[in-house]
Design a protein around this ligand. Structure first.
Ligand SMILES: *Cc1c(COP(=O)(O)O)cnc(C)c1O
Length: 227
């Protein structure tokens, strides 16, 4: 399956100066990643720990690997040496484990806190009080979190054809993001990761500055996503 080069150029042009494009390459072969890489793409998103490890081992070292899936604590050590940004941090316990593994690697790992914005029950993420509790915990004890950096928020809208509902969810997340920026002193807190193939234009209109796009670039995935 070849990558859609025309679509890639179109999306890059649309996002220029507004949002970082994370090309979501989960389930896709190395050849597809190399094809986008050859066009200048450097940010790639993966959901599965084993898969990103395998790809990272053989693909160019200047690729920035974004982990966008649900991350289990016992797998953090497998991506800690190389991961560029972890999008789906949804608990203080996970943040502490990332900090611990980052310390072992002598790194500081950038993290986004995942917020639950969809009405669906199945999506992971923090609600507003939980989000504020995690931020407050990090600020209260900076030395305990010296190896992580809170860089923003991530969210997934409802999987729905109801554009008004999806749009409202994005606007709500942008509101939360602005609220955190206003309330806390977090110098690196600048990314709002929201928007996928089906809804990225609405997400960017609502204030997203990082979108995660897979199927529009790489075609439909061969097997269903889990997690
Ligand atoms: C798979 C996935 C994407 C990309 O989805 P597309 O609809 O293929 O663009 C974005 N974000 C997350 C968290 C994903 O799991």
């Amino acid at each position: 399956m070849a990558v859609n080069e025309e679509q890639y150029r179109k999306i890059r042009a649309e996002l220029e100066g507004r949002a970082t494009l994370v090309a979501v390459s989960k389930t896709k072969p190395e050849a597809d990643i190399r094809a986008l890489y050859a066009l200048g793409q450097r940010d790639f998103g993966e959901n599965y720990v084993q898969e990103v490890r395998d790809k990272q081992a053989v693909l160019p070292v200047d690729i920035r690997w974004h982990f966008i899936g649900h991350l289990q604590r016992n797998k953090v050590k497998d991506i800690a040496p190389f991961v560029h940004l972890i999008h789906g941090v949804d608990s203080d316990r996970l943040l502490k484990e990332i900090n611990k593994q980052a310390a072992k690697c002598g790194r500081v790992i950038d993290c986004l806190l995942q917020v639950h914005i969809a009405q669906e029950e199945t999506k992971f993420g923090l609600d507003e009080p939980e989000l504020k509790a995690v931020v407050a915990a990090v600020l209260a004890e900076p030395e305990a979190y010296a190896h992580i950096r809170l860089c923003g928020l991530m969210g997934m809208a409802s999987h729905s054809d109801d554009a008004a509902k999806v749009g409202e969810e994005f606007v709500a997340l942008k509101g939360l993001f602005d609220g955190v920026v206003a309330e806390y002193t977090l110098p690196a807190f600048k990314y709002l990761s929201m928007g996928m193939s089906g809804d990225y234009a609405m997400a960017v209109a609502a204030g997203s500055n990082m979108v995660r796009i897979g199927s529009l670039l790489f075609g439909a995935r061969d097997y269903p996503q889990v997690g």
